[in-house]
Design a protein around this ligand. Structure first.
Ligand SMILES: NC(=O)c1ccc[n+]([C@@H]2O[C@H](COP(=O)([O-])OP(=O)(O)OC[C@H]3O[C@@H](n4cnc5c(N)ncnc54)[C@H](OP(=O)(O)O)[C@@H]3O)[C@@H](O)[C@H]2O)c1
Length: 339
């Protein structure tokens, strides 16, 4: 039986910070699956910073969202009808047709999940590309060595909260994190095992970072860019390594701000700054999944989720995440009854 489904469309390209009127919740009919297709009822949707870039008209990680079309993104759901023996009804799958209640997909495009391993929504966070980003960033892009001092910005978020803990496992002697607000700064230490949690909203990030890292920083995992990158460059040690993972402080900018004015420091200090895109690191995905599942199961890797309920509030969840309302992974829960 065809199903009625609601899905979020991009109605207008945002100028600066997106507003609710830039999006439209639209009702559509999704047909029965044909041969080798499956029909999925989405249970969890992911909202992520990179989606902001896809709202602009220009190439980013991925092609721009089309105006008047359903947006896409990672999701986890339950197969309710199938035309593919490989993926029976009841399977829990992850896929890329988020932002909607029901998804019709080629069976070959989904990953079938084992719900015994971990809560299934973990595949949108620590067990998925979010966790892989932290893992690849600190193993390959800016590798952590025993004894290193590591700084992570955006540290209370989905990638950052995992990155700090992975840095420790790779032998870092001291891990410093920064995040917005005193509560997040406290949680960095108490919940995620950072040695120091800095609230960047207090100001003078450069001075406070220098105080927190009296012996300098060897590795900087940059989720924020802008003034955070500037502050890190000032404190980096000789031969320091910087993973340029994200620059969320400029994602809503209508004009690109100038680069860090102290960038020439990278010359004298022989710092390497390396951009990364997680899609280059899928060769590590199996290793990451196995390792991270073990850490989750033995309780040594702590994660957090911020959950918003219902398709109606999916855009609000995205906007709130961009403003820092989340600790850990921001998720939209649609139909928990299946799980
Ligand atoms: N290169 C890749 O392949 C790749 C893959 C995944 C993610 N990323 C990047 O990694 C970063 C984190 O992504 P995520 O999914 O883990 O998101 P997240 O950190 O869970 O959520 C975004 C966070 O950004 C912070 N933020 C927003 N505006 C800020 C500003 N002006 N200055 C400082 N912090 C600000 C907010 O936390 P506060 O309350 O602390 O401000 C917010 O919670 C993003 O830059 C994203 O683009 C890159």
């Amino acid at each position: 039986m065809p199903v009625t489904s609601r899905e979020w469309h991009l109605a207008a390209r945002p100028a600066g910070e997106p507003k609710p009127a830039d999006f439209a919740l639209t009702t559509t009919t999704v047909p029965d699956p044909g041969p080798n297709q499956i029909l999925v009822r989405n249970n969890w949707l992911s909202v992520d910073p990179y989606m902001r870039s896809r709202m602009n008209d220009g190439e980013s990680y991925l092609p721009p969202f089309e105006l008047g079309q359903a947006m896409t993104g990672s999701a986890v759901g339950t197969v309710i009808s199938t035309g593919a023996d490989r993926v029976p009804v009841g399977s829990i799958v992850s896929h890329f047709l988020g932002w909607r209640e029901y998804a019709l997909l080629p069976a070959a495009s989904v990953q079938v999940l084992d719900p015994e391993l971990a809560p299934v929504q973990a595949h949108l966070g620590v067990l998925g590309t979010t966790g892989l980003t932290a893992y690849a960033g600190l193993k390959v892009i800016a590798p952590v060595k025993a004894g290193d001092v590591v700084y992570v910005s955006g540290a209370a978020g989905a990638v950052g909260s995992v990155a700090g803990q992975i840095a420790k496992r790779l032998g870092a002697s001291r891990v410093i994190g920064s995040a917005g607000g005193p509560d997040k700064a406290r949680r960095l230490v108490e919940d995620f095992g950072f040695d120091v949690g800095l609230d960047y909203r207090e100001g003078d990030l450069s001075g406070r970072l220098a105080k927190a890292a009296p012996d300098g920083i060897d590795v900087y995992f940059d989720n924020v860019g802008g003034d955070h990158l500037q502050a890190a460059l000032g404190v980096m040690n000789l031969h320091g390594r910087i993973a340029l993972c994200g620059a969320i402080s400029v994602y809503n900018s209508t004009e690109l701000p100038p680069g860090p004015s102290n960038l020439p420091l990278a010359i004298g200090k022989r710092i390497s700054l390396r951009g990364m895109n997680v899609i280059d690191h899928f060769d590590l995905a199996a290793d990451h999944l196995q390792q991270t599942t073990e850490w989750l199961q033995d309780g040594s890797l702590r994660t957090a989720e911020t959950v918003v309920d219902g398709i109606d509030d999916a855009v609000d969840a995205f906007l709130a995440m961009m403003r820092g309302a989340n600790t850990g992974k921001m998720l939209v829960r649609l139909a928990p009854a299946d799980l």
